[in-house]
Structure formats: structure tokens, C-alpha cells
Design a protein around this ligand. Structure first.
Ligand SMILES: Cc1cc2nc3c(=O)[nH]c(=O)nc-3n(C[C@H](O)[C@H](O)[C@H](O)COP(=O)(O)OP(=O)(O)OC[C@H]3O[C@@H](n4cnc5c(N)ncnc54)[C@H](O)[C@@H]3O)c2cc1C
Ligand code: HEM
Length: 406
């Protein structure tokens, strides 16, 4: 239990740290990785370079500090992060390391302003925040390990099938190498995969949404080849170019809280851009499998037909539904593209034909796509709790002016 004095110090200094937040976390990461380079086997180096991870961690520590005497307020945020941590193998013994270097970084950046009293108060507060994470993550590790066919940490899977879905997206079907079955999971959850790429000093971890419903004897992920930037994406290119049927990759059990709520019966819209279609494929197939009578709108935006993955699969799935509709549109259409329902970006004028204020929406795509769609849905009167979205990178505040490189 924190004393009132500690709570007061932490709350009153949180805004100062927030102002210096990014500086502190940047300094923190540098010092921590110098002392513990082995942690580079867990962290995504590109997120570090692009600054998104620093912002995410800083925001969370200061948000937690503001609510240090009512941590229940930040439970949804803790849960989302804890899913990511569990998938990556973050363990209780890592927390003191993060705590030590966070405090060192606060001292370094604040200088004399960081009195012993302030540092001690933050050390105590960090302990409380860390414990909240450790407790939630323990529950998640137990669930992952104790479910049927479950395991904790990473396990070897064999690629049993590799299938091209579009110009840039390829699916990988995965089965446990030890011959066991796969676990059940919630539609919308993701796998964390770990690869050791020849020439890379550290292992690389990435999350990929499961792109089929639970109930098969395999997992399926569908990966976009990230090849339009310099340097190209490491893991996606490695998977496309070097991982083939019969090869092995390390996988941790499904995690994530962007999931289809199957208790609900209100109309639902799945809205995706580009490779953001993957969690929607799992949700759509799950609704087909249960013979759902819900009104279901599947809306997908792609560059053009060549980039449009799963077109036939979605059409076939929707045709099995009593109340299913699918729509797609292209922002850079080609002269010979087949039928499509809109051109350019998804607009309010288009969405208002199928979205009412009781529609439940699931959205996934690049950050600018998310920003646009979330704003339109809010304008159409969709309730905040019914606007549910997934980031294919560190979560961020869609209203904040942050550097975006999705
Ligand atoms: C919950 C979740 C689910 C996801 N589901 C999917 C999915 O279903 N399918 C899917 O394809 N992806 C998915 N992702 C994204 C995926 O995890 C990877 O981020 C993606 O594959 C890119 O990884 P990479 O190693 O290829 O690229 P990285 O090497 O991590 O690089 C990321 C991007 O930054 C660019 N880049 C790298 N270095 C620099 C630099 N110095 N300056 C500028 N740009 C740079 C790269 O070209 C690339 O486009 C998901 C992510 C999350 C968090
Ligand atoms: C109380 C302490 C911590 C807080 C508040 C915190 C917060 C966060 C946040 C906000 C994210 C981004 C989530 C997202 O992707 O949406 C994150 C991701 C992550 N965290 Fe933590 N974290 C803490 C402790 C730790 C520890 C102890 C480790 C392990 C050493 C760790 C490793 C990671 C990794 C590897 C990621 C994924 C980032 C990436 O690879 O880009 N975190 N954490």
C-alpha cells in the first residue's frame, strides 16, 4: 500500500515527467540495452528507431502514475499490453531491470530536480504498477499453458502450406512440430512468431493475426511483404522469401484482446484496409461456422484488385450467411479491375448506407485508415464502446499528433 505522501508526490510530478516523457524513455532504453543487450532478443528494434514504442511506454507509465490510487481505471490498457508482453515472453524478473533503468533515466533527465524523495516515491509507484502487470500476465501465462494443447513461451511449428493471397500477401499454415493439436482461440487474436535470421545478431519477434476461425487443425497467418521502404521489413521479407513448406518457426500461443464478442447479436461491420483484413477473416469465418443470423457487413479497402486478398473467400463466406453483405473498394484502381463498390478512400457517404448507431464495428488497417474510419464512425453516431480497433504496431492515441509510419 502506498502512503498518501508517496501518492501525492507521484501525482504532482507526473505532469513534469510527461513533458520530458519521450526524452526519459529514449534515455532509458539506451541505458538499459547497453547494460542488458540480451533484451534486444525481445524488443522490436524498428519500433525503437521510429519512436512509437518510447511514446507508448512513456504514456502508460504516466497514465498509470496519474491513477496510482485507482489502477482499475487503466485495466483495459494493462490488459492490451499484458497480452503483448505474454506473447513476447516478458517475465516477472524483467520488471526490476526496467524499473532500475527508468529511475536512472528520470534522474539523468531531471538532474537536481529529481530529489531523493521524488525518486523514492517513483520507485515505490513503479513497484505497484509492475505488480499489476505481473499479476495480469501470470493469469495469461497460466491460461496459455493449461488450455488443451497449450504451452507457455515459444514452441516449434512447421509450415505445412504456403499460399499466395494477393500481390503482397501470403498465408502460412502452421502445425505444431511435436504432432500435438493447436489450441482454441478467440477470433481476432494474434500469434507472436520468433525467427532467427542468418546475419541478424538477435532473434526477431513479430505479431500476426490469425486469419482463419478456430477449429481447424492448423493456425493460419497471412503476411504482407513490407518492401516499399528502405530498409525493407525484416521478418515479412524473410517469411516470404526464405520460409517454405517444411520449415520451422517458433510460435507463442494466441493472445490479444481485439476479439469478436460472440454474445452480441446487434448488426456488425468489419472494416479493413490492406493487410488489416486478417483478423476480420477469422471473425467472419467464425460467424459463418456458427450459422449467425446477425446483419453482417464486410467492408474492405485495397489498393486495387492485384492487392486484394481473400476476395473469393469473403464472397463465398458471405453468401453462406443469412444476412451477410460484402463491399470492397480501391484507392488506386487499375483499368481492368473487376467489380468494386467504391473508389478512393472510405467515405462517410459510403459508410452511412450500412452503419447505424447501434452497429458494432471492428476496424483494422494502417494508422491513417484507422483515424479516418474511427472519425467517420463517431460522426455517424456509433457508440464509443462499439468502435473497436486493432493496431498492427504499438497502440497509440489516434487523436494525438504523433509521427506515424504504419
Ligand atoms: C497485433 C498485431 C497483429 C498484426 N497482424 C499482422 C498480419 O496479420 N499480417 C501482417 O502482414 N502484419 C501484421 N502485423 C504487423 C507485423 O507484426 C509486422 O510489424 C510487419 O510484418 C512488419 O514486420 P517486418 O519485420 O517485415 O518489418 P520491420 O523490419 O519491423 O519494419 C517495419 C516497417 O518499417 C520499415 N522500416 C524499417 N526500418 C526503417 C527505418 N529505419 N526507417 C523507415 N522505415 C523503416 C520497413 O520497411 C517496414 O515497412 C501485426 C502487428 C500487430 C501488432
Ligand atoms: C510497468 C512496466 C511496463 C510498462 C508500463 C510497459 C508498457 C508497454 C507498452 C505501453 C507497450 C506497447 C504496447 C503495444 O504494442 O501496444 C509495451 C510493449 C512492450 N513491452 Fe512493455 N511495459 C512494461 C514492462 C516491460 C518489461 C519488464 C519488459 C521486458 C523487458 C517489456 C517489454 C516489452 C516489449 C518487448 C514490448 C513490445 C514492444 C516492441 O517490441 O515494439 N515491457 N510495453
Amino acid at each position: 500500500m502506498l502512503s498518501q505522501k508517496t501518492i501525492d508526490i507521484v501525482k504532482s510530478t507526473a505532469p513534469i515527467l510527461e513533458t520530458e516523457g519521450k526524452k526519459i524513455t529514449t534515455c532509458f532504453y539506451k541505458m538499459m540495452f547497453d547494460a542488458h543487450p540480451e533484451l534486444l532478443n525481445i524488443f522490436n528494434h524498428v519500433n525503437q528507431k521510429q519512436g512509437r514504442q518510447q511514446t507508448a511506454l512513456a504514456n502508460t507509465v504516466y497514465a498509470a502514475a496519474k491513477y496510482i490510487d485507482q489502477l482499475e481505471v487503466i485495466v483495459p490498457v494493462v490488459t492490451q499490453i499484458a497480452h503483448k508482453h505474454r506473447g513476447l515472453g516478458v517475465k516477472p524478473e524483467h520488471y526490476p531491470i526496467v524499473g532500475e533503468f527508468l529511475l536512472k533515466a528520470i534522474k539523468e533527465v531531471l538532474g537536481d530536480a529529481a530529489t531523493d524523495e521524488i525518486i523514492n516515491a517513483w520507485a515505490e509507484a513503479y513497484g505497484v504498477i509492475a505488480q499489476a502487470f505481473i499479476d495480469v500476465e501470470k493469469g495469461m501465462y497460466d491460461t496459455a499453458a493449461n488450455q488443451e494443447n497449450g504451452w507457455s513461451d515459444f514452441k516449434e511449428f512447421t509450415v505445412v502450406r504456403k499460399e499466395k493471397e494477393s500481390n503482397v500477401i501470403t498465408s502460412f499454415y502452421l502445425k505444431p512440430k511435436d504432432g500435438s493439436g493447436v489450441t482454441n482461440y478467440e477470433p481476432g487474436q494474434y500469434l507472436t512468431i520468433q525467427v532467427k535470421i542468418p546475419g541478424e545478431e538477435y532473434t526477431l519477434n513479430r505479431q500476426y493475426s490469425l486469419s482463419c476461425a478456430p477449429g481447424h487443425d492448423y493456425y493460419r497467418i497471412s503476411v504482407k511483404k513490407e518492401k516499399d521502404n528502405e530498409p525493407n521489413g525484416k521478418v515479412s521479407n524473410y517469411l516470404h522469401d526464405h520460409v517454405n513448406e517444411g520449415d520451422t518457426i517458433e510460435v507463442s500461443a494466441p493472445s490479444g484482446n481485439f476479439t469478436l464478442n460472440r454474445e452480441e447479436s446487434a448488426p456488425v461491420a468489419f472494416i479493413s484496409g490492406g493487410v488489416g483484413i486478417t483478423p476480420m477473416m477469422s471473425m467472419l469465418e467464425a460467424l459463418v461456422n456458427e450459422g449467425s443470423k446477425r446483419e453482417i457487413h464486410f467492408i474492405h479497402a485495397a489498393r486495387n484488385e492485384e492487392f486484394h486478398a481473400f476476395k473469393e473467400t469473403v464472397n463465398a463466406a458471405v453468401s453462406k450467411l443469412e444476412n451477410g453483405h460484402s463491399y470492397y473498394g480501391y484507392d488506386k484502381p487499375l483499368a481492368n479491375d473487376g467489380n468494386h463498390h467504391f473508389e478512393g478512400y472510405l467515405s462517410k457517404a459510403f459508410l452511412q448506407n450500412m452503419i447505424t448507431n447501434d452497429t458494432i464495428t471492428y476496424i483494422c488497417g494502417p494508422v491513417p485508415f484507422l483515424k479516418n474510419v474511427v472519425q467517420i464512425l463517431a460522426e455517424l453516431g456509433v457508440k464509443e464502446e462499439n468502435i473497436r480497433y486493432e493496431f498492427f504496431g504499438p497502440a497509440m492515441n489516434l487523436n494525438a499528433e504523433e509521427k506515424i509510419t504504419a
